[in-house]
Design a protein around this ligand. Structure first.
Ligand code: UPG
Ligand code: 3PG
Length: 243
């Protein structure tokens, strides 16, 4: 007899991902222990929610766009609701995955083992070099990395990586999330501040890279703003001290 894998709840924030979400849901379903897949449609203008429902996901539909962090918080709300009604184990790990991973999505499964074995409270995926040309200059990544380093003494390899698996203790330490694109940086700092452990895990994931056109640069500006805000709030907290 094989021992059943401990439960995992997958949460996928998704904005206008109708062409990718089905493959991503199918990918994460291959991960042992996945008890539920929650897709949060963050005010999409395409058929993301319809496709996700057709794939059998739990769909949370936000009427307007709230940004990635709020979508993730809404997903956690659904996870808690499922736990309350006994449809999901209370000690389930939560695995956040982006919607654009498509057929590579199953590779986030590597994040689960260390959390279930108690080797880490938070695991973060390290992605291989992506296909296509990235159009950035490393400004947002640099801001995030040096900010985390300054606040915690730990240097992350890919500070913006959003594929993350959290133990219940890490969920408690990391919530409420920093807004928008600041969610990963805020989570990293808050989890380390709580005395919990983080492990980076290489995962063979492929996603849509941000290019170099004007839309991509506007996206990077929003990332920069949100990361700077998440760091600023935490610096201020340090200065003000506990309580
Ligand atoms: O308003 C939004 C915008 C995006 N998304 C979803 O968030 C995920 C990540 O968005 P994406 O457009 O792929 O952003 P990237 O710039 O490629 O994201 C990188 O950087 C982000 C932090 O800035 C991380 O959250 C991501 O995991 C990381 O891949 C995807 O599932 C989106 O559908 C939302 O839920 N709401
Ligand atoms: O393309 C990326 O990796 C992100 O949008 C961050 O951009 P940057 O760190 O290159 O500014």
């Amino acid at each position: 007899m094989t021992t059943p894998s401990p439960a995992v709840a997958v949460v996928i924030p998704a904005k206008d991902e109708a062409s990718r979400i089905a493959a991503t849901i199918r990918g994460v379903r291959t991960i042992p222990g996945v008890a539920t897949v929650v897709v949060v449609d963050d005010g999409s203008s395409d058929g993301t929610a319809t496709v996700a429902a057709r794939e059998g996901a739990e769909v949370v539909r936000l009427a307007r766009n709230h940004g990635k962090a709020d979508a993730m918080m809404s997903g956690l709300g659904r996870v808690t609701g499922l736990q309350r009604v006994g449809r999901l184990a209370r000690d389930a790990a939560v695995l956040f995955a982006d919607a654009d991973l498509e057929s590579s999505a199953g590779a986030v499964g590597a994040l689960v083992g260390p959390v279930h074995r108690g080797e880490a409270d938070l695991t973060i995926a390290i992605l291989p070099t992506q296909r296509g040309t990235a159009g950035g200059h490393g400004l947002v990544v640099g801001l995030a990395r040096t900010g985390i380093e300054e606040l915690t003494g730990w240097t992350p390899t890919q500070p913006l990586s959003g594929m993350r698996c959290l133990s219940p203790a890490a969920v408690e330490a990391a919530t409420p999330f920093a807004r928008g694109w600041g969610v990963e940086v805020g989570m990293t700092v808050d989890v380390l501040d709580a005395g919990l452990t983080i492990l980076e895990v290489p995962c063979d994931l492929h996603h849509r890279v941000t290019g170099s056109d004007w839309r991509s640069q506007v996206h990077r500006a929003a990332q920069y703003r949100d990361v700077a805000l998440a760091l600023g709030v935490r610096r201020l907290r340090r200065r003000l001290g506990p309580g």
